[in-house]
Design a protein around this ligand. Structure first.
Ligand code: NAD
Length: 549
C-alpha cells in the first residue's frame, strides 16, 4: 500500500477546528510551575502557544493563523492537558511559503557571506538569551526534564556556533596554470537551493538547528516542518531568527503531517530535503523526494549497542550505560538500547538493575527527575507491547517498568526503566523500541559481540567500555557502525565533524552538518579561465581539445 494511504496513526487526534474551540480543557491539569511557564510562553511569543490557542505558521516573515480545517492537538505527555494545536497547512498556504522562500532566495543567495555570518552570530546570541523559553517549551510539549531540554538546545547551539565560521568554510580552491598563469581552474561552492527540513519529536530544538544555520549561512532559503507533536521550540527559534535580522521569507515554518510532507517532496521549487525521523517516513520521503530529482539526506532509526568488556571501569561503564539507555526516556536516536555483556560481566546484571531502579521518573519540571514520560499513549502502548512480546518469547524481564505510577500525575505516559535479558532473535531486539528499555545480550568474546553488532541492520551509534587500548582499537576498526564511542556512551560527533550514522540508519549520500553539511547545501562548481595577451591579436581558431597545458 502506498504510504500516503496508510490509516492515520492513532496518536494524531485530528479534529475539525470549529467543533473544538468551545471545549478547551483548562490548564488546571498542569502543576503550578508548568502552568506559569505555559502562560509566560503564550504571552511572550508570537508564533507559539501553550494555553490552548493555536500555533501559527511563519510565512514571509509573518506569523499567520492557518485557515486549515484540520488541526492536531499538542498535549502535555505528563497530564494530557491540551497546550496548543497545529494546523494541517492548506495547499495554498504551502504554496505561499514556497513562493516566499523562492522570492527571498533571489536576494539572500546573493547577499555577502559577511551578512550571513553576522546573522548566525546574532542568532547565537539570541538563542543563549532565550534558552529558558525554548527549554520550557520542550518540557511542556515533549516531556523531557528541564536540564535535558537545555542540553537539546545546547547541542543545536553548537552547530550554530560552528556555522559562524562560514566565510572560511565557503572558500573555494584555485590553482595557478602551469604556463605563466595562463589557465586558472577554480573549484568553488555555489549556493543552489530552496530547501526543506522535516523534523522528529525527540529533539525539537537540536534538529531544526542542525539545518537552519547550515542552510541559511550557505545562502539558501528554508521551509521547516517541525514535528506536529512539539512545534513550540521551532516557532521560538523562528522568531529569534527574525530578531537576529533575517530578511522575510528566508526561513518559513509550516505545520502538518503526511499531506504537508508529500507537498514538500513533490514541489519542483524545493531542491533539497533534510529529514530526521523514523524508518517508514524516511524511506517514503527519500524515495518520493528523489523521484522529483531532489537531493535528500534522511537520518532514520537505530539500535545502538554498548559492549561491556571485563576490564572496563565498572562504575563508569554501568553509570554510562544506564544514563544513555534511560535518559530522555530512551527517546534519543543515540540512546543505548542494547548492552552486550562479554564473559565475566554477565554477573554485573543485578548491579545494573539495582542502579536503574534508583532513577526517578516524573514530570520534567519536578526537582530530581531523571526521566519524563514517553511522548504519547500510543508510544507507551507500543513500548509495553514490545516488553510483553519479550516475556512471551522467553526473555527475562529483570526490571519491569510497565504499570509505573507517578504520584500526582495519574494520566502521564509513564514507563519506568526496564531491563530485559533477551536473544537476538526476539522482537524486542530486532525492532527499535524508542523507550526506556535496555535489552541485555550475553556474548562470550569481543569477536562474538562484534558479530552481533555487525549483523544488526542499523548503524547509528555504538560504544565499548574497556581499559585496553588494543581492544578499543580492534573494536573501532572492525565495527560496522558510523559513530563509535570508546568509554563514551552517546558518541554524537562534535559539530565540526559530520553526523555519520550508516547502514539502515541513513539514506542519502551527504550527511548532516560539519564539512558535509556545507556540501549538502551547496553545489560544487569549477571555472576554467584563460587570460593571454596574445588572444587579443590572434585570428586563427584552434579546434584541438583544450587540455589546459
Ligand atoms: P516520525 O518518522 O514519526 O516523524 C518524523 C517526521 O516525519 C515528522 O515531521 C512527521 O510529521 C513526518 N511523518 C511521520 N510519518 C510520516 C509519513 N507516513 N509520511 C510522511 N511524513 C511522515 O518520527 P518521530 O516519531 O517523530 O521520531 C522518532 C524516530 O526518529 C525514531 O525512529 C528515531 O530513531 C528517529 N530519529 C533519528 C535520528 C537520527 O539522527 N538518526 C535522530 C532523531 C530521531
Amino acid at each position: 500500500m502506498p504510504i500516503a494511504k496508510l490509516p492515520r496513526p492513532a496518536r494524531l487526534r485530528v479534529r475539525p477546528y470549529a467543533t473544538t474551540t468551545g471545549s478547551r480543557p483548562p490548564l488546571s491539569g498542569l502543576s503550578a510551575t508548568a502552568k506559569a511557564k505555559a502562560e509566560q510562553l503564550s504571552k511572550e511569543w508570537k508564533g507559539t502557544n501553550a494555553t490552548g490557542e493555536n500555533t501559527k505558521n511563519f510565512i514571509g516573515g509573518q506569523f499567520v493563523e492557518s485557515k486549515a480545517d484540520k488541526w492536531i492537538d499538542v498535549v502535555d505527555p505528563a497530564t494530557q492537558t491540551l497546550l496548543t494545536r497545529v494546523p494541517e497547512t492548506t495547499s495554498s498556504e504551502f504554496d505561499q511559503a514556497v513562493n516566499a522562500a523562492s522570492e527571498a532566495y533571489k536576494t539572500w543567495s546573493r547577499s555577502s557571506v559577511l551578512t550571513r555570518q553576522r546573522f548566525v552570530l546574532d542568532l547565537q546570541h539570541q538563542l543563549k538569551q532565550n534558552g529558558d523559553a525554548i527549554a520550557s517549551s520542550i518540557v511542556l510539549e515533549q516531556g523531557k526534564t528541564y536540564p535535558d531540554a537545555q542540553g537539546d538546545l545546547l547541542r543545536g547551539l553548537q552547530v550554530v556556533e560552528t556555522a559562524c565560521g562560514i566565510p572560511t568554510a565557503l572558500m573555494g580552491q584555485t590553482i595557478e596554470g602551469t604556463k605563466a598563469a595562463s589557465s586558472l581552474p577554480m573549484a568553488s561552492s555555489h549556493l543552489l537551493f530552496a530547501t526543506d527540513s522535516i523534523a522528529p519529536f525527540n529533539f525539537p530544538a537540536m534538529i531544526p538547528l542542525w539545518t537552519i544555520p547550515m542552510a541559511l549561512a550557505t545562502g539558501n532559503t528554508l521551509i521547516l516542518k517541525p514535528s506536529e507533536r512539539d512545534p513550540g521550540a521551532a516557532m521560538i527559534i523562528a522568531e529569534l531568527c527574525q530578531r537576529a535580522g533575517l530578511p522575510e521569507g528566508v526561513l518559513n515554518v509550516v505545520h502538518g503531517t503526511v499531506p504537508t510532507v508529500n507537498a514538500i517532496c513533490d514541489h519542483p521549487a524545493i531542491k533539497a530535503i533534510s529529514f530526521v525521523g523514523g524508518d517508514r517516513a524516511g524511506k517514503h520521503i527519500y524515495e518520493r523526494g528523489r523521484a522529483t530529482g531532489k537531493r535528500v539526506q534522511a537520518n532514520l532509526g537505530a539500535k545502538n549497542h554498548a559492549v561491556l568488556m571485563p576490564d572496563a571501569n565498572k562504575n563508569h561503564a554501568l553509570n554510562s550505560i544506564i544514563g544513555a539507555a534511560f535518559g530522555a526516556a530512551g527517546q534519543r536516536c543515540m540512546a543505548i538500547s542494547v548492552a552486550v555483556l562479554v564473559g565475566p560481566t554477565h554477573s554485573w546484571i543485578p548491579e545494573l538493575v539495582e542502579r536503574a531502579k534508583k532513577l526517578k521518573v516524573n514530570q520534567g519540571f519536578e526537582q530530581g527527575t531523571d526521566l519524563g514520560p514517553v511522548i504519547s499513549p500510543a508510544a507507551k502502548q507500543r513500548i509495553t507491547g514490545l516488553i510483553a512480546s519479550a516475556e512471551e518469547e522467553g526473555g527475562i524481564i529483570a526490571l519491569d517498568g510497565r504499570n509505573y505510577q507517578v504520584p500526582g500525575y495519574p494520566d502521564g505516559n509513564w514507563v519506568g526503566p526496564t531491563v530485559i535479558e533477551a536473544t537476538t532473535t526476539m522482537r524486542c531486539y530486532r525492532e527499535e523500541i524508542f523507550g526506556p528499555v535496555l535489552i541485555v545480550i550475553k556474548a562470550d568474546t569481543l569477536d562474538d559481540a562484534l558479530a552481533i553488532i555487525n549483523e544488526n541492520k542499523y548503524g547509528n551509534g555504538t560504544a565499548i567500555f574497556t581499559q585496553s587500548g588494543a581492544t578499543a582499537r580492534k573494536f573501532e576498526r572492525e565495527v560496522e557502525v558510523g559513530q563509535v564511542g570508546i568509554n563514551v556512551p552517546i558518541p554524537v560527533p562534535l559539530p565540526m565533524f559530520s553526523w555519520s550514522g550508516n547502514k539502515a540508519s541513513f539514506l542519502g549520500d551527504i550527511p548532516f552538518y560539519g564539512r558535509h553539511g556545507i556540501d549538502f547545501y551547496t553545489q560544487n562548481k569549477t571555472t576554467t579561465a584563460l587570460w593571454k595577451a596574445e588572444d587579443a591579436i590572434g585570428n586563427k581558431a584552434s579546434v584541438d581539445m583544450p587540455t589546459h597545458h
